[in-house]
Design a protein around this ligand. Structure first.
Ligand SMILES: *[C@@H]1O[C@H](CO)[C@@H](O)[C@H](O)[C@H]1NC(C)=O
Length: 428
């Protein structure tokens, strides 16, 4: 037991010993009116290039630190450049190592910084706040609330932001509150469950605090409330209130205050649950949001209308059914392979599609009707191949066209075998 503890602390020391800097290209987003109203340019927001330097991002010991270089400030600071410098020590940004490799993996990094006002900002004169939203594809999403720190050796004042800069020309800040999600995009099956993660961390967590959480679903421009929760760290059992609007949704109020875990659990998923979920948290002075996408998908149940097709001297119909799938797009392809064909051929006549049928749960059913001509040789294999987003690989169903009298031969052959076996048993 002691060994394990020692080992654990050693690992922490080693990994804490190597750190790297992450430099992100961001946009400073400001309300145009705040800049003196640029009058009639259309967009109410202006964007200015800015840099976010995350200092001392911990690097795991397996990492090849040779490839990671520390941030070197320009030797002649450009007073107009906007560079936010942030130490990443406490709270630690979860999954921040994704940012170390975003470049090499060609991941698109989206970073936006804007001005932020905490609630009761008047209590902290002199402090300025910014909000940085960082997204890396489906791998990383975090919103940092940055508070400015007075630089030790202030040399200049930023001409536009009117804030003191370090000698290197950076604006020194620290993370005071952050929100993040480990599940940027969540898949869910119809009637299944989904877990939408939303977490928050604070630099100075008060011993007693009330936290408010709200989850909303944004769908086709409409916002629908899923649930609201209010939790207090000092409240006895039952002191928290959870107001559920969507049945089969839940949140663990105790985890909200103890772990900063405001995750939403959904069960009995329906197609209508698909969309953009917004997790809003208010904790003391700070508030923030995280966005989680829920994508519903359900693979089609694929079947043919007939178990067997026996030549009858006239054309017959064979239907391929795709039942209860989502989303809408599905591909069906008919192919045939006669005994003389070396490989299956896609049929030139792909039959006719039914119209989509939508069920009460939002899933779809679609059929393709193929007319099998009377002169199709016996032994021909007819195959319907279905491709759909919810299927890892296409699904095929097939049958073999039988000659009218093969059935009888087969029947007689079967009878003979069974009879033979019977006598064999009796004689033994
Ligand atoms: C957050 O809480 C939920 C329960 O509501 C739990 O299932 C999940 O594992 C927790 N997630 C994290 C990252 O702690």
């Amino acid at each position: 037991m002691l060994m394990v503890v020692l080992f654990g602390s050693l690992v922490t020391v080693v990994s804490a010993a190597s750190v790297a800097d992450v430099v992100l290209s961001c946009s400073l987003v400001e309300e145009a009116s705040a800049l003196g109203g640029r009058g009639g340019t259309g967009s109410p927001f202006s964007r200015t290039p800015a840099t976010l330097i995350l200092k001392d991002v911990p690097v795991s010991s397996e990492e090849d630190t040779e490839t990671l270089t520390p941030f070197v400030p320009p030797s002649v600071p450009d007073p107009a450049a906007i560079m936010f410098e942030t130490k990443v020590s406490s709270p630690q940004i979860p999954n921040v190592e994704v940012l170390l490799h975003a470049d090499c993996h060609d991941l698109e990094v989206a970073c936006e910084i804007s001005s932020y006002s905490p609630r009761g900002a008047a209590d902290r004169p002199g402090a300025h706040f910014f909000m940085a939203s960082i997204n890396v594809g489906e791998d990383f999403s975090s919103t940092l609330i940055l508070q400015t720190l007075p630089p030790a050796d202030s040399a200049m004042v930023h001409p536009r932001l009117a804030l003191p800069l370090t000698r290197a020309g950076t604006l020194l800040t620290e993370v005071v509150f952050l929100m993040f999600t480990n599940t940027v995009s969540v898949p869910g099956a119809v009637r299944g469950d989904a877990h939408l993660h939303c977490g928050f961390l604070q630099k100075d967590k008060p011993s007693v605090q009330e936290v408010e959480v709200e989850w909303r679903l944004q769908h086709r421009g409409r916002g629908v409330r899923i649930l609201e929760a209010k939790a207090r760290s000092d409240s006895l059992e039952g002191g928290s209130t959870v107001n559920i609007k969507r049945s089969d949704s839940s949140i663990d109020a105790a985890q909200v205050v103890s772990e900063g875990n405001a995750s939403l659990s959904l069960s009995g998923l329906k197609v209508s649950d698909q969309g953009t979920y917004i997790c809003s948290v208010v904790a003391g002075q700070f508030y923030g949001q995280q966005v989680v996408q829920l994508r519903i998908s359900q693979p089609p149940a694929v079947s043919l209308s007939e178990d067997a097709l026996v030549q009858s001297g006239s054309p017959q119909t064979l239907t391929c059914n795709c039942r209860r799938y989502f989303p809408l797009d599905v591909q069906m392809e008919w192919s045939s392979q006669a005994p003389t064909d070396p490989e299956p051929l896609v049929l030139p006549d792909q039959g006719s599609l039914s119209s989509h049928q939508q069920h009460g749960d939002g899933t779809f059913t679609l059929s393709s009707r193929l007319t099998v001509s009377a002169d199709v040789p016996a032994g021909t294999k007819l195959t319907c191949t279905v491709s759909h987003a919810a299927l890892d690989s296409p699904v095929s169903v097939s049958l073999q066209v039988q000659a009218a009298d093969t059935v009888n031969y087969l029947g007689i052959l079967g009878f003979l075998i069974i009879t033979g076996l019977f006598f064999y048993q009796v004689i033994k």
